[in-house]
Design a protein around this ligand. Structure first.
Ligand code: SF4
Length: 502
């Protein structure tokens, strides 16, 4: 039942015969309410006549299946006609299954008549197969491009494959990913203090760069930038309406051709904004000064390892460029958050040593506080690395510990190598991974149990080389495997990988 203080809710009363839709984010409240698409769906669905909506969140991320009750009025999940689920993280698939089992809802769609389950999000777009036995409909691509068809499903129960909609019960069939150029959002948001991020405003979709590990950039092409007038007026309106800071959202927002103008407008109009990770080589003195004037205290960049590895990954940024960025950040008293990826195929000890050296140079450039975030590479579908095995857990751990011991920082965080292996295993799997997902859901989402599943073969897919056809090949409308293979060959050449896959 509702606990947080929220503003901006829609007050719609349930009337007999209304279609009941559950909006379920498979994570806890603070994560769900930080998701822009969750807010968007809440308002889009609520504006439909004769449709009644309530929200569902996981009460916690650990433990066994849980009987789900709506946040608004404590209604059981089972009583809804449709469950619509935006998901961004493969491990949250387990939460979906736990919620279904705990609510006495049949997990497998072919054995279930109600509720109908619609799932979408970037991980589903890249590879819908891990959740194919659970979902009645999977959204492939942008929600806006298929929204009219989702409405048709709600009103007419018309569930059939089309552009952007995959109906897995029909078996693997060809579907094209749907893209929208019209992703303007309104300024409707539910305001709550318990979010991880502040109110979001989308600046762009996709990314003009093609870093070889980055699934998000490969499933969201072409890159689309919103008009500056729309971005600025949305920030203005949100600042005015909620008196809260606004987070700019996008994969590389400083690649927006008018990024500086957005910052200047924000400065002139005294807007309150915060920014995500920025592409380092696009930062100059003027941008960093503007960021500091706007009250940004930390600059976030992703230098990724050594120059050699960085070039191979697709980030043609020199160490000198990064150190210069650090000097500029220091000039304006900004702290630095640095993301590094490790366990990259072909990586050598000297590359890890470079991370340590680079952090020392950054410290010497005068940065007061460095937050170092070191994360093992998770191989994802639809990327040029999709043929390669992930490194094993022990090597990942050793490398992270090496970097932790030898680098300069004030704060250090890293993603758990074990979870990285599990996440990669799910992301790269075919439909049959569902047996593991159901098993872990029934037995509680514990590390001990994940380990037993790894022993049973869950991680085979992630830790070995892969060959085509891939489980996701029937979903079209993306950059094809031929292009990705050419990029892979280039990566292999640049990183000096000495073995052949085929
Ligand atoms: S710059 Fe960032 S968002 Fe763009 S492709 Fe590279 S990692 Fe992905």
């Amino acid at each position: 039942m509702q606990e947080a203080v929220e503003k901006g809710l829609i007050n719609k009363k349930y009337r007999k015969n209304m279609i009941k839709v559950a909006l379920f984010y498979p994570s806890i409240y603070s994560v769900a309410m930080s998701s822009l698409i969750f807010h968007k769906l809440y308002f889009l669905i609520n504006e439909l006549d004769d449709i009644y909506l309530e929200r569902f969140f996981m009460p916690s991320l650990s433990g066994k299946p849980v009987s789900m009750r709506s946040y608004e009025n404590g209604m059981p999940l089972k009583d809804f006609d449709y469950i619509i689920i935006p998901v961004h993280y493969e491990l949250d698939y387990v939460n979906i299954i736990k919620a279904l089992i705990g609510s006495n809802i049949e997990v497998i769609s072919s054995k279930r008549s109600k509720p109908k389950i619609i799932i979408g999000g970037p991980t589903i777009t890249a590879n819908p197969e891990p959740m194919a036995d659970v979902a009645d409909v999977e959204i492939i691509g942008d929600l806006e491009a298929v929204w009219e068809k989702i409405i048709d499903i709600f009103y007419n129960e018309r569930i059939e494959p089309s552009y952007g909609l995959y109906i897995p019960s029909l078996g693997k069939h060809e579907v094209r990913a749907a893209y929208s150029n019209n992703f303007n959002s309104s300024t409707r948001r539910i305001l709550t203090k318990e979010t991880i991020f502040t109110l979001g405003v989308e600046v762009m979709r996709g990314c003009p760069f093609n870093c070889v590990f980055c699934m998000e950039s490969y499933i969201s092409k072409p890159t689309r930038y919103r008009k500056i007038e729309e971005i600025v007026s949305e920030i203005e309106e949100l600042n005015r309406k909620y008196n809260e800071k606004v987070s700019l959202i996008g994969l590389t927002i400083n690649s927006h051709p008018k990024f500086k103008i957005i910052l200047k407008e924000a400065k002139d109009k005294n807007l309150k904004i915060s920014l995500p990770s920025l592409r380092a080589e696009l930062l100059d003195n003027e941008v960093i000064e503007l960021l500091s004037t706007l009250g940004q205290q930390t600059l976030t960049i992703a230098p990724e390892n050594s120059e050699r590895v960085r070039y191979a990954l697709g980030k043609e940024i020199s160490d000198e460029n990064i150190i210069n960025t650090a000097r500029l950040a220091s000039k304006y008293n900004l702290n630095l958050k640095l993301y590094f990826i490790t366990s990259i195929p072909g990586e050598k000890e000297e590359d890890l040593q470079n991370i340590a050296n680079l952090t020392r140079s950054i410290k010497m450039a005068g940065i007061k506080k460095i937050h170092l975030s070191v994360n093992p590479l998770i191989i994802k579908p639809r990327t040029p690395l999709q043929w390669l095995p992930m490194e094993d857990e022990n090597k990942m751990r050793t490398k992270i510990n090496y970097i932790k011991k030898n680098s300069y920082y004030e704060d250090f965080t890293s993603y758990d190598p074990f979870l990285a292996i599990v996440q990669g295993s799910i992301a790269l799997s075919d439909r049959d991974v569902i047996k593991y997902l159901i098993e872990i859901s029934i037995n509680g989402n514990s590390k001990v149990y994940w380990r037993s599943l790894i022993k049973k073969g869950l991680s085979n897919i992630a830790l070995k080389e892969r060959k085509e056809p891939f489980p996701w090949d029937h979903i079209k409308g993306f950059i094809d495997n031929k292009f990705l293979w050419d990029k892979f060959l280039l990566f292999r050449e640049r990183i000096g990988l000495g073995y052949s896959l085929h």
